[in-house]
Design a protein around this ligand. Structure first.
Ligand SMILES: Cc1cc2nc3c(=O)[nH]c(=O)nc-3n(C[C@H](O)[C@H](O)[C@H](O)COP(=O)(O)O)c2cc1C
Length: 189
């Protein structure tokens, strides 16, 4: 399975390392795409080493590419996993905004390619009706599935919903979703 892992700028970005490790352990091909803010939390080098692939970070990188990277990655992926997904990322995708490499790839994914989104954020952000509305809207499209966050003591010190789901659970849902899509030829609603 070709799995694109998108990492956005939340404190749980380090947990995406375990997600990539588990996928590679099971011999899936992984390409990681990081937002600029994700790179404030974890270096691209860590994901390069874990995925055994270059990490894509910049839509405007010069020099080494003779293809349009966002389209190439979008075509390559059998499934996309976004973990952790920030409130910002979810809001951008729900509103058709493609202003960096990751959101542009998500916009360019072929219709049958499933997207599994694992949000992680502070409880008040998670409960914000704008975030919930964006999630409900994306769910209604059928293409986007959410791995809901856990209730836990969060990095900010609050206890509540918003902790990233366990990497094992994210892997399980990513592979299940990709299996559904390949057997149906399309995303189930
Ligand atoms: C220390 C720190 C931790 C943050 N953690 C989160 C988080 O867990 N979830 C979230 O949605 N935003 C979090 N943010 C805010 C995002 O980094 C911010 O919304 C940013 O614009 C996200 O960019 P991106 O979605 O392009 O990666 C955090 C910010 C800081 C400074």
């Amino acid at each position: 399975m070709n799995v694109m892992v998108g990492v956005t700028g939340g404190i749980a970005a380090y947990k995406a390392c375990e997600l990539v490790r588990l996928l590679r352990r099971d011999e899936h091909a992984v390409r990681v795409v990081m937002t600029a803010n994700a790179q404030r939390f974890v270096t691209s080098l860590t994901f390069e080493a874990l995925s055994n692939n270059p990490v894509a970070t910049d839509m405007w990188a010069e020099g080494h590419q003779y293809y349009v990277e966002h389209i190439e990655i979008a075509k390559w992926a059998d499934v996309a996993a976004i973990a952790p997904a920030t409130a910002n990322f979810i809001g951008k995708v729900a509103n058709g905004i493609a202003d960096d490499l990751l959101t542009t790839i998500v916009m360019a994914l072929p219709a049958p390619t499933p997207v599994v989104i694992a949000p992680a954020m502070n409880t008040q952000m998670w409960l914000n009706p704008i975030v919930q509305r964006n999630i409900e809207y994306l769910r209604s499209l059928g293409k986007y599935q959410f791995v809901l966050p856990r209730v836990a003591k969060l990095a900010c010190g609050d206890t509540g919903a918003g902790a990233l789901a366990a990497p094992e659970e994210i892997v399980r849902q990513v592979l299940a979703r990709a299996g559904d899509a390949s057997s149906n030829g399309a995303c189930p609603a």
